[in-house]
Design a binder for this molecule. Structure first.
Ligand code: HEM
Length: 132
């Protein structure tokens, strides 16, 4: 799960900076909030998830981690599609954005639960490995 999160973070980073560069070139900043969310929830948050799951491989193997991965990476693109529609005045944008953001929020709560449960388990396992 750590490596998968890091790979998808790099993809969000490319999309985020390409969008930022395009907005700058064409002098149209209407998609600034899409750019900011792709960079912060997509690139920065996913890279941090990936690094945490790499440091705590125990936490990365749980069902909570897998569910978190899918909720985050289905929820965020859906949320961004909703935000783009909202920005261009398409009425369906708001409910789409709400559905996507709910998925991201639920995923985040699962991530938090996973961290609280598994970080101690990782420490106990490491101590067992070292025969401490
Ligand atoms: C080459 C890379 C990037 C380019 C060309 C770029 C370009 C832009 C542009 C043109 C804006 C709109 C500014 C305006 O509305 O006046 C913007 C806003 C923003 N960018 Fe980027 N950006 C880049 C990378 C990033 C990264 C890596 C992040 C976060 C990790 C980020 C976060 C934001 C945020 C939060 C805003 C909104 C700022 C505000 O509304 O006050 N950007 N960026």
């Amino acid at each position: 799960m750590g490596k998968t999160f890091l790979k998808i973070a790099a993809v969000y980073f490319s999309i985020g900076v390409l969008l930022g560069m395009t907005m700058g070139i064409i002098h149209d900043f209407r998609l600034t909030s899409v750019h900011a969310h792709v960079n912060l929830l997509g690139w920065v948050s996913s890279a941090i998830f990936g690094l945490i799951y790499s440091v705590y491989p125990f936490a990365a193997k749980t069902k909570l981690a897998k569910t978190h991965f899918w909720l985050h990476n289905i929820g965020l693109p859906v949320m961004m599609i909703g935000l783009v529609c909202e920005t261009f005045g398409i009425t369906a944008g708001l409910p789409v954005m709400i559905v996507g953001s709910l998925a991201v929020v639920v995923g985040t709560l699962l991530f938090t639960t996973n961290i609280f449960k598994m970080i101690n388990a990782s420490r106990i396992q490491k101590a067992n490995d070292l025969n401490m």
